[in-house]
Ligand binder design. Structure first.
Ligand SMILES: Cc1cc2nc3c(=O)[nH]c(=O)nc-3n(C[C@H](O)[C@H](O)[C@H](O)COP(=O)(O)OP(=O)(O)OC[C@H]3O[C@@H](n4cnc5c(N)ncnc54)[C@H](O)[C@@H]3O)c2cc1C
Ligand code: FES
Length: 514
């Protein structure tokens, strides 16, 4: 799995925990990094309790020693996965697999890490009448996370995952980052190995688009005429790229990016091209720009806004992102759109003509709502769900890019398009299908990667009336706070991972104790 550039290196002078360390050297709340044999171990002190767990996150190997300890959990600094210090369980996505745990022994003032413990597994959810079978529509972030959680929680009924994709659930964020840049091989992309589905008795049906849903008969019909009955259902159909017709452009020169196949098609085209026009200066467009620069393609970004990503991050961060990309050779045409394409000539609305063999469009996505609309579910620019992620139809849940849920911090219904949110909603929906009645109170979080810079975003701010910058954006050391009526709605950080985790934790605390 890829390591994130720019992460601080951990000290090479790591204590050997088998030989013991002094109790006083283990800092409360952060933990001490050391080794047991060949393995890196994090030793954590919580008052009188001591825990030893694997020091690398099972998502992308983030350094847990640089993360945040909250209660008996440790959170990863990179993408905020959360692990139990007691059992090692990955309690929150984007990690699914546990970290190992070791037995700890204290002798006077010295602490020793002893043998590795057997994985404890997750506490099963016991329900008197679990659903007879569960169908998940969508083989993406939310769908896979739900399937994983159903089995983790001991659900033994049938689980079917219907996916319109031709590929099993994949690490979608990577498709515009390392994979597109050529630094992640194909086999990093599937979220689970091929035999995982059969091992967990998950009936994954690919190339299978659901076209009709009857919530009274509890029946789904797919494009090929097959029908599936369900006891409980999760709608996790995600989103589709917005298609922008470009006058004169041929299908063989225009590309969108959502699926593994899309990313491979761009890579294949880039192999014989020198120049690209990227239409759109938001996350996907600019990640594509960065990745294609890594392939030495001349990148020209055309977008109507004044600053890249201005709508979501404001002008200050937008200006920084522009400079960052320009320093890597990207040329921007802002305040413009494409007027006409004629072969390799791309004419802009301002009249200028630029050259490109191909065009990648990243102009936003639209939630995939056709099925929910056909089924007559309550909608509001997304599928409306309650705090348990249940739709207006009993036994039917929705998660991910399609779901609009009540944000407990503001009371407003929100819908976001973030990987971690989709996965965490999938996990909560799965538990609720088994009767857990868990409210989805997760604080939205996303990250975006541009060259060696990761931008982390916590919270949700569609509109703000002030932006406060702490630190220096250009020096890549900052926390940017977006406020409305004096209230912090969201915080962007660059190389302040711990602060990002602290903000998330504080926002969660506000939900618990408003
Ligand atoms: C290239 C790229 C990079 C991204 N990078 C980031 C990032 O860095 N950070 C971040 O937070 N977010 C990122 N995102 C956004 C993130 O991937 C999405 O928010 C997330 O995938 C949403 O999960 P989901 O389960 O709702 O939908 P998806 O992951 O899109 O999965 C939806 C699934 O449903 C299937 N489907 C749709 N309709 C039907 C139907 N009728 N029947 C059967 N199956 C159906 C689709 O084929 C697909 O398998 C990125 C997205 C893309 C495309
Ligand atoms: S590396 Fe830990 S959450 Fe991604």
């Amino acid at each position: 799995m890829p390591a994130r550039d720019g992460a601080r290196n951990m000290s090479s002078e790591k204590p050997d925990f088998k030989l013991g360390v002094r109790l006083a050297t283990i800092p409360e709340g952060r933990g001490l990094l050391g080794t047991v044999g060949e393995e890196e171990v994090l030793l954590v002190r919580r008052g009188a309790q001591l825990f030893a767990v694997g020091a690398r996150c099972t998502h992308y190997h983030g350094p847990l020693a640089e993360g945040l300890v909250i209660g008996d959990e440790v959170r990863c600094p990179w993408h905020h996965a959360c692990f139990s210090l007691r059992t090692g369980e990955a309690l929150r996505a984007p990690a699914f697999d546990p970290v190992p745990c070791w037995r700890v022994e204290q002798a006077g003032e010295k602490v020793f890490v002893k043998e590795k413990l057997q994985p404890a597994g997750s506490d099963p959810l016991s329900q008197s009448t679990p659903p007879s079978s569960i169908v998940i529509i969508g083989g993406g972030a939310a769908g896979l996370a739900a399937a994983d959680m159903l089995r983790r929680k001991g659900y033994s009924g049938g689980v079917t995952m219907l996916s319109a994709d031709s590929a099993p659930p994949c690490d979608r964020p990577n498709l515009s980052k390392d994979f597109l840049a050529g630094t992640a091989p194909d086999d990093w992309i599937p979220l689970r190995p091929p035999d995982w589905y059969s091992q967990h008795k998950i009936n994954l049906v690919l190339n299978s688009r659901a076209v009709a849903l009857d919530t009274k008969q509890k029946k789904i019909t797919t494009e090929d005429g097959k029908t599936y009955d369900y006891g409980a259902l999760l709608l996790a159909t995600g989103a589709d790229p917005v298609k922008l017709p470009l006058e004169g452009a041929s299908p063989s020169q225009t590309f969108y990016l959502r699926s593994f196949a899309d990313s491979k098609a761009i890579i294949a085209k880039a192999a014989s091209a020198k120049r690209v026009v990227v239409v759109g200066a938001s996350f996907i467009g600019l990640e594509v720009a960065a990745s294609l620069r890594a392939r030495s393609i001349d990148v020209q970004v055309v977008a109507p806004e004044k600053f890249p990503m201005e709508k979501i991050l404001g002008p200050q961060v937008g200006a920084f992102i522009r400079h960052l990309h320009e320093s890597h050779g990207v040329v921007f045409y802002l305040g413009e759109t494409v007027k006409l394409v004629d072969g390799n000539k791309v004419t802009l609305t301002g009249g200028q003509t630029i050259q490109a063999e191909f065009i990648v469009l990243g102009v936003g996505v639209r939630p995939a709502l056709a099925l929910a609309e056909q089924a007559g579910l309550k909608m509001d620019r997304g599928i409306l769900v309650d705090e348990y992620l249940q739709t207006s139809a009993p036994g039917v849940f929705a998660a991910g890019d399609t779901a609009r849920w009540p944000d407990p911090r503001t009371g407003e219904p929100v819908r976001v398009e973030h990987w971690v949110v989709a996965e965490r909603q999938g996990q909560t929906a799965a538990k609720n299908m088994l009767g857990a009645r868990e409210k989805f109170a997760g604080v939205p979080f996303f990250w975006s990667q541009h060259y060696d810079i990761a931008i982390n975003y916590v919270g949700h701010a569609e509109k703000w009336d002030s932006i406060h910058v702490d630190g220096d954006i250009e020096k890549k050391d900052c926390a940017v706070t977006y406020k409305r009526d004096g209230r912090t709605l969201a915080v962007v950080t660059i190389f302040r991972d711990l602060e990002s985790l602290s903000v998330e934790s504080e926002m969660e605390r506000q939900v618990r104790n408003p």
